[in-house]
Design a protein around this ligand. Sequence first.
Ligand SMILES: Cc1cc2nc3c(=O)[nH]c(=O)nc-3n(C[C@H](O)[C@H](O)[C@H](O)COP(=O)(O)O)c2cc1C
Length: 191
Amino acid sequence: MINIDDFGIHEGISEIILTTLSPDGIPNAAPMGLHRKGKRLFARIYNSKTLDNILSKPAAAANITDDPVLFVQSALSDIEPERFEFVEGFPILKDVPGWLIFDCACKRGEKLSVVELSPVKGKIIEQKPKPVNRGFNAVIEAAIHATRYVSLKERKYLDCIEYYNTIVKKCGGAREKEAMRLLYELIEYQE
Ligand SMILES: Cc1cc2nc3c(=O)[nH]c(=O)nc-3n(C[C@H](O)[C@H](O)[C@H](O)COP(=O)(O)O)c2cc1C
């Protein structure tokens, strides 16, 4: 029996990296919000590779990580196949501190689909105290604006990224700064 509390998944939205498998067997990773309401878990997923994969194979894994670089890479580019390992035929990102594999049931919408998630297997590899770092949080916010920027190309998203970058510069460590460097590279915009 899986207790999702043990994985740090609380009421509200937890940001995780969702891995899925294409019909051709190619693994995919993208950050997604994991919603919890009571015992119910679900994701709200816009049309994307992740959604296509879930529609063809109704399974997904939440990779629980605090690596800001991984969030940026998986949001804005494809993660190389060698960075996945397979657990009972399903792709998980190597070196993440914890993961949960779900069976999925999709309520399809025109632009946005709601995917109900039922945990089937999980593993906690590493558990350590994690103080809040504003730099890490700012990378996550910047990455969300960056995914909007690449599809809509509106200046307001660049302004938001710039604002969060000032927090990363002040509060982040080397990994957060590397994540922001990569973010700017992937959106092809120089600071
Ligand atoms: C922290 C974070 C959370 C995100 N949450 C969601 C989400 O809940 N639903 C969604 O459709 N996209 C979400 N996104 C955007 C997707 O990750 C992004 O569109 C991604 O490029 C989709 O990749 P794919 O086409 O490989 O599935 C989020 C992005 C970030 C950075």
